[in-house]
Design a protein around this ligand. Sequence first.
Ligand code: ADP
Ligand code: MG
Length: 685
Amino acid sequence: MEVTQLSGVGPALAAKLGKLGLHTVEDLLFHLPNRYQDRTRLVPLSALKPKTACLVEGQITSTSVQRGRRVSLRVSISHNNATLGLRFMHFHANQAKSFTAGRNIRCFGDIRPGPQGLEMVHPEYVLFDDVPPALADQLTPIYPTTDGLSLTRMGQLISLAWLQLEQGTLALDELLPQQLISRYQLPSLKESLKQLHYPTLHQDLNQLQNEVTPAKLRLVLEELIAQQLTLSQAKKQSQQLPAPVMMVKEGLEHGLIKNLPFQLTKAQQRVWQEVASDLITPAPMVRMVQGDVGSGKTVLAALAACRAIDNGCQVAVLAPTEILAEQHLHSFSHWLNPLGVNVVWLTGKQKAQTKRQSLAAITSGDGQVIIGTHALFQDAVHYQHLGLVIIDEQHRFGVAQRHSLVKKAPQGCGLHQLVMTATPIPRTLAMSAYGDLDHSVIDELPPGRKPINSVLLNNNKRADVIERIHLACSSGQQVYWICPLIETSDVLQCEAAQDTAALLTQQLDNIKVGLVHGRLNGAEKADAMARFKSGDIQLLVATTVVEVGVDVPNANLMVIDNAERLGLAQLHQLRGRVGRGQAQSHCLFMYQAPLSKMGRERLDILRQSNDGFVIAEKDLQLRGPGEVLGTRQAGAIGLRIADLMRDAYLLPEVKRIAAGYASHPKKTRQIILRWVGDKQAFAKV
Ligand code: ADP
Ligand code: MG
């Protein structure tokens, strides 16, 4: 049943739902909340805790427009002698006027510390005089949505879908084997969905969100099985056709090794052997190379490219962002142009004319290495003889996306895939998460690297930090200044980076400051990066967009603002941007005091270790599984309810059960459609 069959769903709404991968009424039922809010009870103003979301009520006592860095409106409310400030960054004059002293207001929002005590920033609110609005009679599920589709509307749509199920106009097929259901005593599918969409009242929110109840377990199992089946199908498909056999030749590969200013590390050599022995057989390689930041994955990719070109094949190098693709363009051109290899650039944002030239070179075979973003696998791209695909930072691409590149091989041929990632994932987990990939690890850094010296600094030492940047830049070094996500909004986050860049420009005479953030277009970002790389810019202020892959060896000082707000793995990735050259590098983690005990322990781990795996493990111990890999990893491979860390113990069983689906092709298709759907299809990067 298509979503358009629900009352009130026209083509425009259907298109928005489509963006979320929701095409059918059944899809809506499987669109699960990622958390819940409690709007069933009021929290007294005297009992508010920072970093919680809650419903409050009070009487307006005063309002004031405050002019700081940015104009904001502060409304003070009070109730039973306790007070709270509401802060609005964006507001209309009329809105400001509506907050008259003496009126009552009911608000829902996040509590956080502000300059004058606790605040609720941009709450949802209702003003009232006598009769308070009714409280919600059940917990509010929070669903993932998209621009122009409100949470309320989404909730209504899901209720409509639910009604179809209740009335029996829609039925859900049971896709789990009976023996599994009995063994775990799983509730029915309908009951499981009901508990997630409409949890009963008076459940502890934390428990509801974190505990794996039988209802949740049932859905987790379904999803993991679907994921497993998708992976094994993808592997089967990508290995159906023979790939080109790539023999050792006295060619480019030789030339590259001879020209390298360094020797490959033992680990690089070992992994290169693993890759090379895959390439020499017609069974298509599907291999993931995992290595900590700075372990030297790119040169391995270049070697594989040489081997492919030596054997008359084209090579596609795919990166998830323009910045990363640009980095690869730089490295590959640097290594391969002197050997006479033609490296071609292709991205979505390229000008029409240069794009036409690139496409022509790809079709004719003149382009030997093609580097770019997901533009590489669009329909208009016809390769002359694609034999090897190299994908950087795998976790941002889905299986289906990789597969769409495989289809670019010549008719009747398969191709080799090399996937590179710096995400430190415990090995067992990696095997399951990327079930269709063979796995190599570069577990050694190039020699002579001085471990990065990491320091924790209270934010009130800013003046010293700026002095230090001045010294570094004056002596020819380069510096990163990272402004992580402080504001939840993308716009505000970029504004914060802009403000910081402006301030630093002012404070640092004669030092060229550049800026990179998510709202710049690809060309602007690439331009700033190129100027940083060439040394034209000495201090680069950036949001976390520089996280992966950027390689500027001359940059050896990094300042990370508000470090306490980022995950350890992410901080480690960021820090990996320095420590790439010969000079001693430093990373200054600046935090906003006071730092909680846990906050200090976490940052201490970074101070003590430079090893991505150690950091991931420790972070895991401190924060528990859900937090560490949870959102990012799950989000990336498109999991809705399963959590690879939390549910890792189920994976062996899931594999066994998935194998049993071999004799049920229809169920296999259904369960994949239900859980994976077209979400991993290539439209979405
Ligand atoms: P990552 O694995 O994070 O992608 P890169 O491939 O960008 O790391 O390598 C980081 C830096 O180390 C690059 O400047 C690269 O040229 C250099 N490098 C790679 N391998 C070696 C090696 N064996 N010895 C010395 N330097 C190396
Ligand atoms: Mg890299």
